[in-house]
Design a protein around this ligand. Sequence first.
Ligand SMILES: Cc1cc2nc3c(=O)[nH]c(=O)nc-3n(C[C@H](O)[C@H](O)[C@H](O)COP(=O)(O)O)c2cc1C
Length: 165
Amino acid sequence: MNEIRPEELNINPFTLIGKDWLVLSAGDENGYNGMTVSWGHLGCLWSPNRPTAIAYVRQSRYTKEFLDKNDLFTLSMISDRKALAYLGSHSGREGAKFENAGVKPLFTDGTVAVDGAKLILVCRKLYTAPFDEAGFVDKDIPAKDYAGGDIHSMYVGEIIKCYRE
Ligand SMILES: Cc1cc2nc3c(=O)[nH]c(=O)nc-3n(C[C@H](O)[C@H](O)[C@H](O)COP(=O)(O)O)c2cc1C
């Protein structure tokens, strides 16, 4: 993997996140988990114009426990659609999720990512909070997406390392 600056990334965030999907992971050798995500943002936020990634995680996700316990998280771009489907439909609470998905953890920079990923963003947690339903201007969104509760928390992370294949 080659380390690059976030400014050198030549990706389209709409296809990278929304169509190709990413694996959001947190933890270390003592315990970790990861899951597929297709909602998120990449951009700049807060002084001095920090490169940031935002992930949105429902309260029920096992991965959330690792995000809350750790200062770092990663986003990995992998091309194995079967693994992505598995990581997006099974919970780490059920057992050895990475192994069952056919992927290996890569312990790097004090956190965990997916081994062999084409792109890895290592992020330092800056801010986390659940969405406040009262804040929705478009009330159709909570009516549709949170009819059953299980609201998302946002995790804003500063991109501190960026590795490309
Ligand atoms: C394509 C795809 C995208 C997903 N995007 C998200 C997401 O952005 N946020 C989220 O909370 N769950 C998302 N999920 C659902 C989680 O990946 C899924 O519930 C997973 O099994 C949670 O695993 P865990 O309990 O081990 O954390 C997505 C699932 C798929 C298949």
